[in-house]
Design a protein around this ligand. Structure first.
Ligand code: ZN
Length: 340
C-alpha cells in the first residue's frame, strides 16, 4: 500500500510516498481502508521535528474509512462499517484513564506523532479508537472532525467550564480549533467574538455564528472588545496562537475570566502581571487534545445539528507536499483533507 512517510525532519521535501506492506491486525484491532485523512498543524511540527517522533513515521492524526477486517475479539464493529478514528492514544490502565481523562494518561500519544498515522491506504486501529460515522457526515467531514472537535470541546467545556450567556473570544475563526470553538460556544448559548486576518474569511466566520468579527491586521482588537463589552471584557479567551496574541488575550479578559490555551504557534514565551491576575480573579488554563468522552459529546452535538466539521479543500496523496505548503501559508478556511 501507499503511505505518506518521513524518514528525516525538514521542509515539505522530506514527505515521501512509500510503498509498504498492509499492516497485520491484532485481536482487538480492525483494518481500516482509509477514505480520507485530515491535516493538522501538528503535521507541520512533526515534519519539522519535535522530540520523540520515531522514524520513519506515517503522517496524519485524523482519518475515516471502511472496516475491511475485524479482529477476533472485536464484537462492536463489523466489516463494511464506516468509521472515524479517534487520534489520541492512551494506556487504558493508569489512574487518568480510569478517570476517563485519557488526555492526561501517563503514556498518551497521537497517531502521526508517536506511532504511525492515518495518511495511508490501510491502517490497523484498536477498536477503542473507532466510532461509527453519523449518516449525515461524509468521509471528508469525518476525517476533519476528531482532533479539533475533542480539542475545542475539552478547552471550553471541561477546562474553562463555559456557561450559557458568557462572552467567548476565539482567536482565528478559520483555524480548525477556532472554527470548532465558535460553534461550541454558540451551542452553549454564548456570545462569540472572533478574529480573521483576511477579509476573504469574514463570510466564513459569519456562517459559523460569530457575533463580532475583528480583522487583527486592520483593527485594534483590545479597543473593539472593550467597546463591545461595555468595558467589562470577555469571560473566556480560547488561545492557540502564543506570544503574538498573549498580551491582547490578557487585556480583553474580564473579571473572573479564564484564558484556555492549547498551542503556541507564534512562540512560547509570555508575560503577565500577577496583580491583575489576583485582583480580577482570573484563571490561566492549559489544555491538550481531549478525552474520548469529549469526542462522543461532539458527535452528539453534530447529530443535533449544533456543530459541523468544516472542510476547506482536499489534496490527493501525491500532492502532500503542496498540502503542507498550503497549510503553512495559512491559506485554509477550515480543514485540509488528504485523499489516499
Ligand atoms: Zn493511561
Amino acid at each position: 500500500m501507499k503511505a505518506v512517510r518521513i524518514h528525516e525532519h525538514g521542509g515539505p521535501e522530506v514527505l515521501r510516498i512509500d510503498e509498504i506492506s498492509i499492516p497485520q491486525i491484532s485481536k482487538t484491532e480492525c483494518l481500516i481502508e482509509i477514505k480520507a485523512a485530515a491535516l493538522n498543524h501538528l503535521d507541520i511540527w512533526v515534519r519539522r521535528g519535535i522530540p520523540g517522533v520515531p522514524l520513519p513515521m506515517i503522517m496524519g492524526s485524523d482519518g475515516a474509512g471502511i472496516i475491511k477486517i475485524v479482529g477476533a475479539e472485536v464484537d462492536n464493529f463489523k466489516v463494511g462499517d464506516k468509521v472515524l478514528i479517534q487520534p489520541l492514544t492512551f494506556c487504558g490502565k493508569c489512574r487518568w484513564c480510569y478517570d476517563k481523562k485519557e488526555n492526561f494518561c501517563e503514556q498518551w500519544g497521537i497517531f502521526g506523532e508517536n506511532q504511525d498515522g492515518t495518511q495511508c491506504e490501510y491502517m490497523a486501529v484498536d477498536s477503542a479508537h473507532l466510532r461509527i460515522i453519523p449518516d449525515a457526515m461524509s468521509f471528508d467531514e469525518a476525517a476533519a472532525f476528531p482532533l479539533v472537535a475533542e480539542t475545542a470541546y475539552t478547552m471550553l467545556v471541561e477546562r474553562a467550564k463555559i456557561q450559557q450567556g458568557e462572552i467567548v473570544f476565539v482567536w482565528g475563526a478559520s483555524s480548525g480549533v477556532g472554527s470548532m470553538a465558535i460553534q461550541i460556544a454558540k451551542a452553549f448559548g454564548c456570545t462569540v467574538i472572533t478574529t480573521i486576518g483576511d477579509e476573504k474569511k469574514r463570510k466564513f466566520a459569519e456562517e459559523l455564528g460569530s457575533d463580532l468579527i475583528l480583522n487583527y491586521n486592520t483593527e485594534d482588537i483590545a479597543n473593539q472588545v472593550r467597546d463591545y463589552t461595555n468595558g467589562n471584557g470577555v469571560d473566556i479567551v480560547a488561545e492557540h496562537v502564543g506570544t503574538k496574541t498573549w498580551a491582547t488575550s490578557l487585556r480583553i479578559l474580564g473579571k473572573g475570566g479564564r484564558i484556555v490555551t492549547c498551542g503556541a504557534t507564534t512562540g512560547a514565551e509570555a508575560k503577565f502581571d500577577i496583580r491583575h491576575l489576583f485582583s480580577k480573579q482570573q484563571t490561566i488554563l492549559g489544555s491538550t487534545m481531549g478525552s474520548v468522552d469529549s469526542l462522543d459529546k461532539m458527535l452528539e452535538l453534530f447529530k443535533q445539528g449544533k456543530v459541523k466539521p468544516v472542510v476547506d479543500r482536499s489534496f490527493t496523496m501525491t500532492e502532500i507536499q503542496d498540502a503542507h505548503v498550503y497549510l503553512e501559508n495559512n491559506y485554509q478556511i477550515g480543514k485540509v483533507i488528504l485523499i489516499p
